[in-house]
Design a binder for this molecule. Structure first.
Ligand SMILES: NC(=O)c1ccc[n+]([C@@H]2O[C@H](COP(=O)([O-])OP(=O)(O)OC[C@H]3O[C@@H](n4cnc5c(N)ncnc54)[C@H](OP(=O)(O)O)[C@@H]3O)[C@@H](O)[C@H]2O)c1
Length: 346
């Protein structure tokens, strides 16, 4: 049995879903993978909580989600982190913290410390990756650590895994993805005769769209994902400035109806296309016909298609966004990373 220390960064929707999932699957993880995940510490906005609480009899114990942990400790969290990492080498940091693409924080500083002490990182947080994919990828590589980004690249829908494992050895010539469930839901409803404002408000009412939907409907969430998928799946390393981004806010019902009369549907596509000089990265709404593999991806579903030189066109569909889907993607990356690094950390 391998005992894997876990540090959680963030304990919101995704962090909690991850803890619940691991507890639900604890026996399965033990039996099938020989893994025992050991909760160590949660870092949150205000400070850290440790498991198990030290000196339980003297200190108040918080019971939540079936777990017991100690009261909040505030102070110099990054200093605390260093001693935690040093005490328990070979662990995994699980990032479910807030995303900031402009600074990469708070994840960026935590990840750099984790790699320098030989800890792997799996993340649902896109911020540090959009901020400096290349630097973090290199840092993980130099320290022989894993960096699992499935949770940040459409989560339950396999994207990067598909490229790295199933398409290993093939040249990826293009990638096209419906990578944002909110905008796909709105476009699907518009195709059924509902106008944009009504479809958006319906999506907000169902908890599909955020109260502030800008990231999704203006195309930025799709831009982050296609950027990261391209960077992870090819030898090319782009930054956000290289992505041309247009969202769905200016799509009219007339445009959707016109596409429907031609037997097409408008989809918000994130695209990478290889060119003689590198490649093109863009996000834009496009009318696609039934011959397109993503034509049938409706509602909150997502999908991705890779065009390759030797394996033809390969698509995956599904992976509706949810904290559980994100948690499952984190767990998948964790299992695969620990398996790959088995020999090193034994
Ligand atoms: N929700 C989804 O379905 C989903 C799906 C895929 C990816 N994601 C991504 O996963 C991440 C988490 O999403 P969520 O829905 O769980 O968000 P959330 O509920 O808002 O939780 C965010 C967590 O980040 C913590 N945090 C904020 N500042 C911090 C800091 N300086 N240091 C340490 N922790 C800090 C917060 O701490 P406090 O608890 O103290 O406030 C909170 O626990 C986001 O990056 C999101 O984009 C979410």
């Amino acid at each position: 049995m391998r005992h894997i220390p876990i540090i959680l960064l963030g304990y919101g929707n995704v962090g909690r879903a991850f803890v619940r999932l691991v507890e639900e699957k604890r026996d399965r993880l033990n039996q099938d993978y020989g893994l025992n995940l050991v909760w160590t510490t949660i870092f949150r906005r205000e400070g850290r909580y440790d498991f198990p609480p030290i000196g339980e009899s003297d200190h108040p114990v918080i019971e939540k989600d079936g777990l017991k942990f100690g009261e909040l400790k505030t102070g110099r969290v990054l200093n605390d982190l260093k001693s935690l990492l040093r005490e328990a080498p070979g662990g995994v940091m699980v990032d479910g913290s807030v995303s900031d693409q402009k600074t990469g924080q708070p994840g960026y500083d935590y990840w750099k410390k984790a790699f320098s002490w030989g800890w792997h990182v799996v993340t649902a947080n896109k911020g540090p990756l959009v901020y400096d994919y290349k630097g973090l990828h290199n840092s993980a590589h130099q320290n022989r650590c894993g960096l699992g980004i499935s949770g940040a690249t459409a989560a339950a829908l396999p994207t990067v895994d598909l490229a790295l494992y199933a398409l290993a050895g093939a040249d990826i010539q293009s990638v096209e993805g419906i990578l944002n469930g909110t905008s796909n839901y709105i476009l699907t409803r518009m195709g059924e005769g509902v106008d944009y404002a009504e479809a958006l408000s319906e999506a907000q009412g169902k908890g599909i769209a955020e109260p502030d939907p800008a990231m999704d409907v203006e195309g930025w969430d799709t831009a982050y994902k296609i950027l990261l998928i391209t960077n992870a799946s090819t030898e090319l390393k782009y930054s956000l400035n290289d992505v041309s981004v247009k969202g769905i806010t200016s799509i009219s019902r007339q445009e959707v109806e016109k596409a429907a009369r031609e037997g097409k549907r408008i989809k918000l596509l994130g695209r990478f296309e290889r060119t003689d000089t590198g490649g093109i990265l863009e996000v834009a709404p496009r009318a696609v016909g039934p011959d397109h593999p993503l034509f049938w991806v409706n509602g909150t579903e997502k999908g991705i298609t890779f065009e390759t030189d030797t394996m033809g066109s390969i698509s995956a569909v599904g992976g509706r966004s949810s904290p559980v889907g994100a948690a499952a993607a984190l767990l998948k990356d964790l299992i695969n990373i620990v398996r790959q690094h088995d020999n090193k950390s034994d």
